[in-house]
Ligand binder design. Structure first.
Ligand code: BT5
Length: 258
């Protein structure tokens, strides 16, 4: 259901150099609609925002819960410029959310490859989907979900603990101000996405650094990132890189405070 954007959303986004904005009170998935629009030629920085998602998606067909009035759910269409590495867009989203939360004094960390944590609990998931035609990258749909209010956090059935921004900051948190701040960070980091600064900023924000973790079938001490955005683990056999946007990282040892 496409509707006029709330005035607060328009005001918050006005200073940003974005493309067209579409707002939906209720939508299946912002990523699904953005993928359609990407295929139909949508411009770089087209933004789709939904108040509620009825078929929000995570990776590997998992579901992402977005009840009305409680969260941020949005997708930004990006048309990569020459030199912008396709693998870096998930990190771009996570870095932007991290920095918007850290600027509010929150103990945020990026859980490789696509989550943002507050105090060790998941507050945000990023789903970057690429549209390839042959070997040519046509565009990226960068989908981001952030739990803002308590009712955004699923009540049960989570394999990893979750939280929301208001649990850490106290209510009320202005969703549209937070969205604008995330997008501002995202556009600023995008201009450096191919620079060594980007990789080192991402590495500096990683959760579980120095801790024993498991990623897929590999276990090791989380050492950092390799130059292609893969995770570098220290194992008894030496340094090992693991990569792949579909992998999940879990702490193996004692609970980690981040
Ligand atoms: C993600 O996948 O974390 C990516 C989530 C991306 C959501 C955004 S919202 C806007 C855009 N439109 C979409 O349709 N999607 C994107 P993954 O790492 O696979 O984690 C998915 C898992 O997170 C699920 O299997 C649940 O266990 C858990 N989960 C679902 N809803 C959650 C929530 N609101 N908060 C925390 N965890 C949740």
């Amino acid at each position: 259901m496409k509707t006029a954007p709330p005035p607060g959303l328009l005001t918050a986004l006005a200073p940003l150099p974005l493309g067209p904005l579409e707002y939906h009170a209720s939508l299946g998935s912002t990523n699904d609609l953005a993928a359609e629009q990407l295929a139909n030629g949508a411009a770089d920085r087209t933004l789709i925002v939904a108040d509620e998602q009825t078929r929000g998606r995570g990776r590997l067909g998992r579901s992402w819960l977005t009840p009305p009035g409680a969260a941020l759910a949005f997708s930004l269409i990006l048309r990569p410029l020459p030199g912008e590495p396709g693998w870096a867009f998930t990190a771009l989203g996570a870095l932007a959310v991290h920095d918007a939360l850290a600027a509010r004094g929150l103990p945020a960390a990026v859980k490789w490859p696509n989550d943002v944590l507050i105090g060790g609990k998941k507050v945000c998931g990023v789903l970057a989907e690429a549209d390839w035609q042959g070997s040519s990258l046509q565009g990226i749909v960068l989908g981001i979900g952030v739990n803002v209010r308590a009712d955004a956090v699923p009540a049960a059935g989570l394999p990893f603990p979750a939280t929301c921004v208001e649990a850490a900051l106290g209510p009320p948190v202005d969703r549209w101000d937070l969205l604008a701040h995330i997008l501002q960070q995202l556009l600023a980091w995008r201009s450096r996405i191919a620079s060594p600064d980007f990789l080192s900023a991402w590495e500096a924000r990683l959760a579980y650094r120095g801790d024993l973790v498991r990623v897929g079938s590999q276990e090791g001490i989380l050492d950092g990132l390799d130059p292609g955005g893969g995770l570098r683990l220290r194992t008894p056999e030496g340094l090992v890189s693991v990569s792949g946007g579909d992998l999940s990282l879990r702490p193996s040892g004692a609970p980690h405070l981040c």
